[in-house]
Write a protein that binds this ligand. Structure first.
Ligand SMILES: [Cu+2]
Length: 561
């Protein structure tokens, strides 16, 4: 079964009802996975109760309604009257529905996945994930509609919006199998889980037929722990250059052309690229192009060496994930996915464009406050403090698990995940902050901040690639002993969100903290911290969360500013 793809558009909210039809008996899970779920819509601007990560998992025999509002960020500050044509979604008839908010914050390539605390890796690995594309005025998913707003990126022309004939989601992951063909997973491994079988859209070594023209690919790393570095190889083994257009669903201002490899890509990062399979790149019908992973990884905690394309094409004896993961075959005609029965031909031509400007830059300004967040491992072996005095977790966790992965805010004490504890608090919407994430020397972490994207400013003493510099992201690789600084602004909604490592094994063991957003709006329930929901099969009871000193927004390493 391939992962699902949901097409959303600005101006049309989505109600998604998730039924949990899993068996009630936990013992028949095949050795891993929890029969409880909350579905996180990765970084869409939704209210906390619909973010799928507020300790709101539900049980077999129940459903949960997620209100995916398609909110465009800054709707409370910028373009509040919805007069800007670029802040819009397709109306289905060639026109646009304008929405309030900042068009520079339009999102495109996103995904959704299980987020049951302490069991996320197991449940995602079992297949509870899919992709969600948001379509907008500029990013219409229609390559011929010419209204001065639409960027006409490769996509197709048969549907008003959301064409996928030439705009294809690629979910890259790794898996391991038992002799009986069932998935294997090691629930006792805490550094990270690496599979030995590469998958694209859950298929092993797939081949995709393409026409000799431009395609857009939306590439998601959906591994549990693995980093990848992808490149394209022509039949002669040379790199096929491509154009980078979006990072984590956010357009770069100017497309970055003639790349011969992507940056390393951590779990949950999305890279959108445009590839031209035509004679422009010396390709012809019958040629085959390979998508190749060039990054060796044999340790769950961090990646190893980057191999050259020619080395990687031959595979690597220490890592079966190095090498081709997907083959493209250039053909003269394909069947349309968007309108079954229609034949698309090489002779149709390629009306798509990759314009030199895709969006405008959000300026970096002096922040109202700064925050410093360290992602670390308890070196004394004492473990984190996910368990309370009686050995219980909130929510319940595996019986014998210990929790070495911890998070520190502004130099205060280190903590592992507890859904009833607030580690960081945003006092009111609209204030611009600068955050610095810091990693450790023996590992790399792809860190995900829910709900808002940050403008990536700086990587300390490391170089910052063009695909990240001043680019909006929602997942940052820290790199071994590295750090990254970004500008962030919260708005629109209050409530309980999280910040965590997206190496899902680290996340489960329990590198995750709760963040509280307050709205300051009189009459709103989010003027105060949110009581913690504690779901049970018989209903929900609420508890009052512990608030750490560093969740005082002005508390900075021992002094109050
Ligand atoms: Cu991590």
């Amino acid at each position: 079964m391939p992962p699902f793809l949901i097409k959303g558009r600005y101006g049309e909210p989505i109600l998604t009802r998730i039924y949990n039809n899993l068996p009630v008996d936990r013992a028949i899970n095949g050795g891993f996975g929890r029969n409880e779920t909350q579905l996180h819509f990765h970084n869409a601007h939704n209210g906390a109760e619909s973010d799928g990560a507020a300790n709101v998992h539900h049980f077999p025999g129940t459903f949960y309604d997620y209100r995916w509002s398609t909110t465009l960020a800054r709707r409370d500050k910028i373009n509040t009257g919805a007069t800007e044509n670029r802040a819009s979604g397709p109306d289905g008839n060639g026109g646009l529905v304008r929405v309030a908010g900042d068009f520079r914050e339009l999102q495109g390539t996103m995904w959704a996945h299980d987020h049951r605390f302490f069991f996320t890796a197991e449940n995602v690995y079992k297949g509870n994930l899919g992709m969600i594309n948001y379509y907008s005025g500029p990013d219409r998913g229609n390559e011929v509609l010419n209204d001065g707003i639409n960027k006409r990126l490769p996509s197709g022309r048969l549907l008003d919006y959301g064409n996928t004939d030439f705009d294809v989601n690629l979910v890259v992951s790794d898996a391991a199998f038992k002799p009986n063909g069932q998935l294997f997973f090691d629930i006792f491994e805490i550094d990270g889980f690496l599979g030995d079988v590469p998958l694209v859209n859950f298929a092993y070594a797939p081949q995709m037929e393409v026409l000799p023209r431009k395609y857009r690919f939306r590439i998601l790393n959906a591994c549990m722990s693995r980093f990848v570095k992808l490149a394209l190889a022509k039949p002669n083994g040379q790199a096929l250059p491509f154009t980078f257009i979006a990072n984590d669903g956010n357009f770069v201002v100017n497309p970055i052309r003639n790349l011969t490899a992507l940056d390393q890509q951590g779990v949950a990062e999305r890279y959108d690229i445009v590839v031209d399979f035509s004679a422009v790149n010396g390709l012809a019908i019958g040629d085959k192009v390979k998508l190749v992973n060039r990054l060796r990884q044999t340790d769950g905690a961090l990646p190893g060496a980057e191999l050259s394309l020619s080395q990687a094409l031959f595979g690597d004896s220490s890592d079966p994930l190095v090498g081709p993961v997907l083959e493209f075959k250039i053909v003269s005609q394909v069947n349309s996915v968007d309108v079954p029965g229609v034949i698309l031909r090489a002779t149709d031509g390629d009306p798509s464009q990759v314009p030199t400007v895709l969006t405008e830059q959000i300026p970096v300004v002096s922040p109202v406050r700064t925050r410093h967040v360290e992602f670390d491992r308890q070196r004394d072996g004492s473990g984190g403090d996910s368990r309370g005095a009686n050995g219980e977790c909130t929510p319940d966790c595996p019986e014998f698990a210990e929790f070495p992965w911890v998070i520190k805010v502004n130099g205060e004490s280190a903590h592992s995940m507890n859904a009833n504890r607030i580690s960081l608090l945003i006092p009111k919407p609209g204030e611009i902050e600068h955050w610095t994430y810091k990693g450790g020397r023996d590992w790399d972490h792809p860190i995900h901040l829910h709900f808002e994207e940050g403008v990536t400013i700086d990587r300390g003493r490391d170089s910052i690639p063009n695909t990240e510099r001043l680019v909006r992201k929602d997942v940052w690789r820290l790199r071994p002993d590295g750090e990254v600084t970004f500008q962030i602004q919260f708005g629109e909604y209050g409530g309980s969100y999280v910040n965590h490592c997206h190496n899902t094994v680290h996340e489960d063991f329990a590198m995750l903290m709760r963040i509280q957003l307050l709205t300051g709006i009189t009459g709103s329930p989010q003027t105060a911290v949110t009581p913690t929901p504690n779901p049970t099969p018989d209903g929900v009871f609420f508890t009052t969360p512990e608030i750490l000193p560093e969740a005082d927004p002005n508390f900075d390493g021992g002094h109050r500013s």
